[in-house]
Ligand binder design. Sequence first.
Ligand code: ATP
Ligand code: MG
Length: 220
Amino acid sequence: MILASINHKGGTGKTVIAQNLAVCYAITGSKVCIVDADPSQNSMRWFDARGEKEPRIPVFSNSNHRTIRRTVEDLYSNEGYDTIIIDSPPSLEKIAGEIISLSHLVLIPISPTGGNDIWSTEQIAEEIERISEEKGQRIPASFVINRLQPNLKVHQMFIEALREHSRVYNINILETMLHLRTAYGMANLYGQGVYEQDDPKAAAEMVNLSNEVLQIFEQL
Ligand SMILES: Nc1ncnc2c1ncn2[C@@H]1O[C@H](COP(=O)(O)OP(=O)(O)OP(=O)(O)O)[C@@H](O)[C@H]1O
Ligand SMILES: [Mg+2]
């Protein structure tokens, strides 16, 4: 399974979701790696912070739109990785198009903060449509709500607005929503996933997310 964690909007949780899914799948025995396509190299730093901790999750850096496809396909077809998660940069440059085009499933992390977060989904959704047309095949994509604070009125209104976009663009919203929790920041800092932190609610929602994504992939 080749997964993209992508949104040109910055700070929505692309990196944290890539890392946490990688930990969940690695713990269940998959051979997993992350391809860090962001020149700011946050997943590479996470790998350094992880050190010798098991399970090992290699992170390969490639932010070149001309070679990323070859890197990912080589890892998938020749190096035996069964799960590859691409941590994408916050941009809609050519690299984003390549990542969308080569992935089996595109995850779009989104923070329910306000209008800009909704409006930016239009651009990424249109890019997915454009690349799907180019490829002659619909590229499956899902929104992942992250940093949710369910009691905030603005978050409830945001989800309603996103449901409308979801219908228009035929991009579903994953049932599992990730909440705002310090465990995500801590795990991110120490080269871990929340599954490896002491926060059962965070661990449970990440396991749910990893299962939901896997189910979607298996039904493709
Ligand atoms: N659910 C969450 N709860 C608390 N903190 C979170 C959560 N998700 C992400 N964060 C924190 O928010 C910050 C931004 O997350 P992250 O780096 O994953 O976003 P990004 O989309 O990859 O950003 P960029 O566009 O800069 O690559 C990080 O410091 C991360 O630890
Ligand atoms: Mg990032």
